[in-house]
Design a protein around this ligand. Structure first.
Ligand code: HMG
Length: 386
């Protein structure tokens, strides 16, 4: 069988950053609750002229610069930060990237899980037409109410993946474990720009979904836990990965210890929750911060509240390493413009007025910007002259 998987992967984030130490000081919380208790240092926040489209296009641009668009006939855009009830956000990305017309483009939604559904759909398409490539983009802005328990677990970012036959990064193995359970742990009603969440229930639901997906993987003949070298997890906050690894070790009867937890959290600690992109940001961090993973098996646990989850495995390919991505991600994280708490609160409270034309202020330094709304339609611009 032709190996299929992730050929290349790139991250992008937003213009602003809030140091969680500042948030802690301003709301009277011990900063160690955020840094150690939930394992987060910073959270990215979009400028008014950024959104999931601009971040997603920014993540995908370097992939097209490196590999061209040849063979791409499908663009799958995973997000739970829906911008329109009808139009797929990927259609704006398709235009911004100058992709050919002969590309099917669609948006997928199931909380933080849908990028994994997109990856599996991409693999299915390529299994039938091995010469084709699929561009998968996961892009989200995690928003909770000001002064709520979820506030320190916000964030923003995007991951773009080029999925192909004979991948250079990670071959995805055919057997995976899946799990669906109707649970009201986290959701975002149509009339709200922030999520509704029961934090304690969401942590329990995540861990139950993990063991449920593991049981399905095992029943379908997946590898023993001892045959999996590292596991990366959806990370709403990085401590969640630690809880998950402990639960998986107990449940599957093989102790993974803390292996891979620190390396797999390097980007997530600074991005915050990036919903659909979070698991794949963790995979990138693992690949970028371990010495040599060639030939090793990596488990990937994808969880989307509500809930749908999947545990899949992949084999890291020889020659996968890219020192350059680690540098690029670090530079992008370091280049974010810090907000103080007053600026953060003001930006958080700013929402687009409904039903009127809007021109957004020019803030972002990204190659794409959200220019505003005319006649109720969103408009985007490429800013780098490309
Ligand atoms: P909370 O009530 O603010 O925090 O909620 P807590 O009191 O549970 O404390 C958190 C941890 O900090 C605890 O450690 C404390 O002991 C520790 P734990 O027992 O968990 O190991 N702590 C300290 N540590 C060091 N020094 C201190 C200190 N004080 C306390 N001084 C919660 C935390 C994450 C629940 C909240 O922020 C929240 O509701 N976040 C949003 C929901 C969420 O992220 N859920 C995760 C699972 S659901 C999911 O992953 C899906 C999601 O991504 C959405 C989607 O799928 O679309 C969210």
């Amino acid at each position: 069988m032709t190996p299929i998987g992730i050929h290349d992967l790139e991250l992008a984030t937003a213009h602003h950053v809030l140091d969680l130490g500042l948030l802690a000081t301003s709301n009277g919380t011990d900063p160690n609750k955020y840094r150690i208790g939930i394992g987060q240092d910073e959270m990215s926040m979009p400028a008014p002229d950024e959104d999931v489209v601009t971040m997603g296009a920014s993540a995908a641009l370097p992939l097209l610069q490196r590999h061209g668009a040849d063979g791409i006939r499908t663009l799958l855009f995973a997000t739970e930060t829906g911008l329109d009830q009808s139009k797929a956000a990927g259609v704006w990305v398709h235009q911004l990237l100058g992709l050919p017309a002969h590309v099917r483009t669609v948006e997928l939604k199931q909380a933080c899980y849908s990028a994994t559904a997109a990856l599996q759909a991409a693999i299915g398409i390529i299994a039938r037409s091995p010469e084709e490539k699929v561009l998968v983009i996961a892009s989200d802005v995690a928003r909770y109410e000001l002064d709520s328990g979820g506030e320190p677990t916000q964030g923003a970012g995007a991951v773009a993946m080029l999925v192909s036959a004979n991948p250079a990064l990670v071959e995805i193995e055919p057997i995976s474990g899946v799990h669906t359970a109707d649970v009201d742990d986290f959701w975002r009603p149509n009339d709200s720009s922030t999520a509704v969440v029961d934090g304690a229930l969401s942590v329990r639901a995540y861990l139950d979904a993990l063991t449920g997906a593991w049981d399905d993987l095992a029943a379908r003949g997946g590898p023993e836990l001892a045959a999996i070298d590292r596991v990366v997890y959806h990370q709403p906050f990085t401590k969640m990965a630690k809880k998950a690894q402990q639960r998986l070790s107990q449940h599957a009867g093989s102790d993974l210890g803390e292996v891979g937890l620190q390396t797999g959290s390097v980007y997530n600690r600074r991005l915050g929750n990036t919903y659909t992109a979070s698991l794949y940001a963790s995979l990138a961090a693992l690949l970028d911060h371990e010495d040599d993973l060639a030939g090793q098996r990596v488990g990937l646990f994808s969880y989307g509240s509500g809930s749908v989850s999947e545990l899949l495995t992949g084999i890291v390919q020889p020659g996968y390493a890219s020192a350059d991505r680690a540098r690029r991600v670090r530079e992008a994280l370091d280049a974010r413009v810090p907000l103080d708490v007053a600026e953060y609160r003001q930006l958080h409270a700013t929402e687009l007025p409904s039903g009127v034309d809007v021109a957004t202020p020019r803030v972002t330094k990204a190659p794409f910007r959200f220019a505003g709304i005319r006649g109720r339609a969103r408009h985007y611009e490429r800013t780098d002259g490309g």
